[in-house]
Design a protein. Structure first.
Length: 148
């Protein structure tokens, strides 16, 4: 069976740390797949908040997740602190991809535990249709690209 292999882009946008909660743990005594998705969602919301946006209000438009891919690498346990680095790529007129590198520290060294990608589409919730990326978000993505 072919395995998913995600390649992180160069455009780093944001870094945050999120502690693993007891409610993130499944019957295998490690973070469940669904919790990984919640953790990357939280990281994305923090990135948006840092830029004074929400998923429903990015300069008057919203964001919709069009696709999601996750490559699980290692187990994560209760009380681990996950460092999430968010990257961007494939910016078009109406969409962009966000990549998430999740790592924890083990024996003093960072250990990648998952890589994920979400395809984000800008959406006008009032008109119920896809819209262009608002200028404020374009500026953030372009500014980050120029710093690379």
């Amino acid at each position: 069976m072919a395995r998913l292999k995600l390649q992180l882009p160069d455009l780093l946008l944001f870094t945050t740390k999120i502690p693993v909660r007891i409610s993130d743990i499944n019957y295998g005594n490690h973070v469940g797949n669904d919790s990984f998705i919640s953790i990357i969602h939280e990281a994305r919301v923090q990135w948006l908040k840092q830029n004074e946006f929400t998923e429903l209000s990015v300069d008057g438009k919203g964001l919709i997740m069009a696709d999601l891919q996750v490559e699980f690498k290692k187990e994560v346990f209760y009380a681990d602190i996950i460092t999430i680095r968010i990257f961007a790529s494939d910016v078009s007129a109406v969409s962009f991809d966000l990549y998430y590198q999740l790592s924890v520290e083990r024996k003093g060294e960072p250990l990648d535990v998952a890589i994920a990608k979400t395809g984000m589409v800008c959406f006008d919730y009032q008109l119920k249709k896809i819209s262009g990326i608002p200028d404020g978000l374009k500026n953030i993505l372009n500014k980050a690209a120029l710093q690379q």
